[in-house]
Design a protein around this ligand. Structure first.
Ligand code: PMP
Length: 423
């Protein structure tokens, strides 16, 4: 068994980490196991997880029901191709997704990850219009400040300046951007989106947004009323409306899906992350019958997409168990409890030097600074408080597992405040 020191050295030599140079400037911590809301490091330290492994591990780690679902499925088959074959775990997952997402969404394309779910959503929009002979409609409209993943089409609808994707100007498809949505409802903003749609009407295939919470693009919240306007504008201009609920889905905002906060149904919806309780990589793109019918009646009457691991039975089985677990408990009360804990616990950061804003929505708590964080110092401060956080840009934030107890939540908040202080 290699020592922690050996592992760190091998990691440094061979392993490329997310959003990092090679080798990484900050050596990652070695995790040896995780259980409940705690990560156990190779050196024996325990950290409370304030990140849910990037919005995913909503039930915490090694949950008995999720472990059992994986083990049971392993005893039957871990994988089988999805072309020409199907199976109960994927069928059940698709049916459940249709049942719990907004009513008009009826069809489900299972895929490998969030970014691929967004690729599929964009492909659906473009191909839908193409099938109807509108070949000029090949751009997407989105608002600034968004984030939709790291493969090329998702990058093209991610904020071109705010993210790390500005490097790719000239390479990415050029999408139509409108300004970031104001936090409070502003009818003038809606007029501007309408005018932009009118101007590019013959080019735009769809509108894609993260509803209510812009996540990795800056952890900003906006009024759900905008979603109602986007729905009306999409219908008026005959473009498809896509909600990327990869981060917001499965309860994180306090509604099961952020679309529910506005009572709006999109034509296409992407989910991922928390769908498998953070156990395995899987995304899904749902659509309304109109989209499927349009594509299936087109000149190329198929959706030409078929990842090797599409509908993976292990991932489907754990997703079914995770959604069952979520719906069986009072997830809404639990998210409300966490929301109240975050509001109280992050309040001390408000007004501190260097702190621009403190904001909380559902089980998402954000401290925004007036400068970029010193990531090494902020992370070290959180770890010193026994908490795992991963700040970025000017943000120190947490979206803890829903099973986080009140005392652990207090520790997470104290760690966020401490990280903000040193950052
Ligand atoms: N869309 C949103 C809103 C996301 O937050 C993310 C991941 N941070 C993605 C898409 C991409 O998902 P994945 O990392 O699974 O490819």
């Amino acid at each position: 068994m290699p020592t922690e020191h050996d592992l760190t050295a091998l990691d440094r030599e061979h392993v490329w980490h997310p959003y990092a140079p090679m080798p990484a400037t900050q050596p990652p911590l070695v995790v040896s196991s995780a259980s409940g809301v705690r990560l156990t490091l190779a050196d024996g330290r325990e950290l409370i997880d304030g990140m849910s492994s990037w919005w995913a591990a909503i039930h915490g780690y090694r949950h008995p029901a999720l472990d059992a679902a994986v083990r049971d499925q392993l005893g039957r088959m871990s994988h089988v191709m999805f072309g020409g074959l199907t199976h109960e775990p994927a069928i059940r997952l698709a049916k459940t997704l249709v049942d719990i997402t907004p009513g008009p969404l009826r069809h489900v394309f299972l895929c490998d990850s969030g970014s691929v779910a967004v690729e599929v959503a964009v492909k659906m929009c473009l191909q839908y219009h193409r099938s109807l002979g509108r070949t000029g409609k090949r751009r997407m409209l989105t608002w600034r400040g968004g984030y939709h993943g790291d493969t090329f089409h998702p990058m093209s609808v991610t904020d071109p300046d705010g993210g790390m994707h500005s490097l790719w100007r000239g390479v990415l498809p050029e999408q139509v951007f409108v300004p970031m949505p104001p936090v409070e409802y502003d009818p003038g903003y809606v007029d501007l989106v309408g005018a932009t749609l009118r101007e590019h009407r013959d080019e735009i295939a769809g509108i894609i947004v993260e509803p209510v919470v812009q996540g990795a693009g800056g952890m900003r919240f906006h009024s759900p009323r905008y979603l109602q306007d986007l729905r009306e504008l999409a219908d008026e201009h005959d473009v498809l409306l896509v909600f990327d609920e990869i981060a917001t889905g499965f309860g994180r905002t306090g509604a099961l899906f952020a679309a529910d906060l506005a009572g709006v149904a999109p034509d296409v919806m992407c989910v991922g992350k928390a769908m498998t309780g953070g156990y395995l990589s899987m995304g899904a793109t749902l659509c309304v019958p109109r989209v499927a019918e349009g594509i299936s009646r087109g000149e190329t009457p198929v959706l030409a997409h078929g990842p090797t691991f599409m509908g993976n039975p292990l991932a489907s089985a754990v997703a079914n168990a995770s959604i069952d677990l979520l719906l069986a408990g009072d997830w809404a009360a639990n998210v409300r409890r966490i929301e109240a804990g975050l509001r109280a616990g992050l309040e001390p950061a408000r007004g501190r030097p260097g702190v621009r804003e403190v904001r909380v929505l559902g089980a998402i708590g954000v401290v925004q600074l007036d400068h970029d964080v010193d990531m090494a110092a902020a992370t070290a401060a959180a770890v010193g408080h026994g908490v795992w956080l991963r700040p970025f840009r000017d943000l120190i934030y947490t979206m803890p597992p829903y099973v986080t107890g009140d005392t652990d939540l207090e520790s997470i908040c104290a760690a966020v405040v401490a990280a903000a202080e040193v950052a």
